[in-house]
Design a protein around this ligand. Sequence first.
Ligand SMILES: *Cc1c(COP(=O)(O)O)cnc(C)c1O
Length: 233
Amino acid sequence: MIMGSIGSNLQEVKQRIATACATAGRSANSVTLLAVSKTFEAAAVRAAHDAGQREFGENYVQEALAKIEALAGLRPRPVWHLIGPLQANKTRAVAEAFDWVHSVDRLKIAQRLSAQRPAALPPLNICLQINVSGEASKSGLVPAEPAELADVARAVAALPRLRLRGLMSIPEPATHFEAQRALHRVLAQALAALNAQGLQLDTLSMGMSADLEAAVAEGATIVRVGTAIFGRR
Ligand SMILES: *Cc1c(COP(=O)(O)O)cnc(C)c1O
């Protein structure tokens, strides 16, 4: 990875977001760019931070904790988002080190995160992961069972040390724009349904390097971009 290209890659991705926002009639600052730094060294995160990037997404807890510690001196402080699977035995470390967790798919995990979130830190921001493609192999709550989703959302929203912000999806790859949009629309509709039932959720975490335009068209508020910023993994 050539560090010098990270800054220009970031500019290109921000331009893609701005163009997609303009097309959708949205303001460019309604979408937050999450730079997904999994498998890349702390030096790559530092280069992105030098270029003005503040929000970083990590998939693997052990790898992330090492990077968070290595970069503890960075100012302004990076905002760390966990976007990968979270097992119950890792919740304490995550509750102590991260600002957001996008991949909560069970109440039990949320309960542990709330109980373990240190009192000195603000509430942990949470998204519920939704399986929009319906593949049995994928993790996530199923929007086809809206009652169950609403029950979980209400229970998570009531936990004292968490702040339920919204929903996250990792759809199966689709090559055509309209197919990408259709998958992102499932998540947007699930969020609208929850808000119609009285929840106050403001976050749709969807869209990656290959489909961020379709995600912005369907209302994404956070796009998670790795390859287009840091290069191939
Ligand atoms: C790796 C990853 C991304 C980034 O994917 P790219 O295609 O590299 O942009 C986004 N979200 C999740 C959950 C990921 O695991």
